[in-house]
Design a protein around this ligand. Sequence first.
Ligand SMILES: [Zn+2]
Ligand SMILES: [Zn+2]
Length: 337
Amino acid sequence: MASFHPSRRRHSLTARLSSLVPSVLRWFDAWAGSEERQPPSAQQVDWLRVVPFLAMHLLCGLVFWVGWSWTAVVTAALLYAVRMFAITAFYHRYFSHRAFKTSRWWQFVFAVLGASAVQRGPLWWAAHHRHHHAHSDQALDVHSPHHQGFWWSHVGWFLTPAAFGTKVHAVPDLAKFPELCFLDRFDILVALSLAGFLYGLGAGLEAWAPALETNGLQLLVWGFFLSTVVLYHCTYTVNSLAHQFGRQRYATNDQSRNNLFLALITFGEGWHNNHHHYPAAARQGFYWWEIDLTYYLLVVLAWLGIIWDLKPLPPHLREAKRLDLVVPAYSRHAPAP
Ligand SMILES: [Zn+2]
Ligand SMILES: [Zn+2]
């Protein structure tokens, strides 16, 4: 029969409490405790650490309390569009793949815009994404739906200690900029600033433009919680659905697909098989009919002189490794009529 050991119980309680502290600290400082060895439970969801992420979803329920107005709906839609563009153009094509060049000042602006999507900082995002390209749909891929299922690829993988740390060694080209490291560590500041700005804007409009029929809480709920949660799940479809549903034009050694619907909601990222075929290109729609809104806007930024040296798709690669152009073996050896 087990005996009661108060000191052992006290010790285990202390150990549990000390393991909770880094989870809460990481709400504010994303790099807190990142030098520690990962516990054996690194692949299990750390529910305390992800309270802010869960709260983002739960607080969407306030929409039934605050009601709606056209001002709130348009604000939510605009913030979705600006931040989806920031994720695809800057976090993905610029920071992860270096698909174009810009100045250090604009690079910082792009990083702040990306962080406003509340999907962690630019180093964390780019490091995990480069790892995905190195191991796409193989055992080491952190978010392959073919190894750990749809929900893991969509939303599970980044809720675990295994994915919390920023793998700085994978992004030395970004880690050399102290301002980007600061932003990666304290990305929460951007999220809180956006939330505070929206509340203040709504309160100001209520006082000075009552005809717009909005208020601080309504603009916060629509512009921040609802818009961000929709943005989350549309972004995640690239990891989950775009590796399962659609056409494969190129032989890419993974399960990436081209999907028009996903390309529309993610501003071009749905041409994911194209992207895995040649990730360095600034464009992901390889043909004129493959709508790639992000690329069109990048061309405008290039015209304005804000970015330059957009990496093109080499013409010979557009036709290389095409699965739909492979001639069946039997027809190659068929006798001439
Ligand atoms: Zn992929
Ligand atoms: Zn990529």
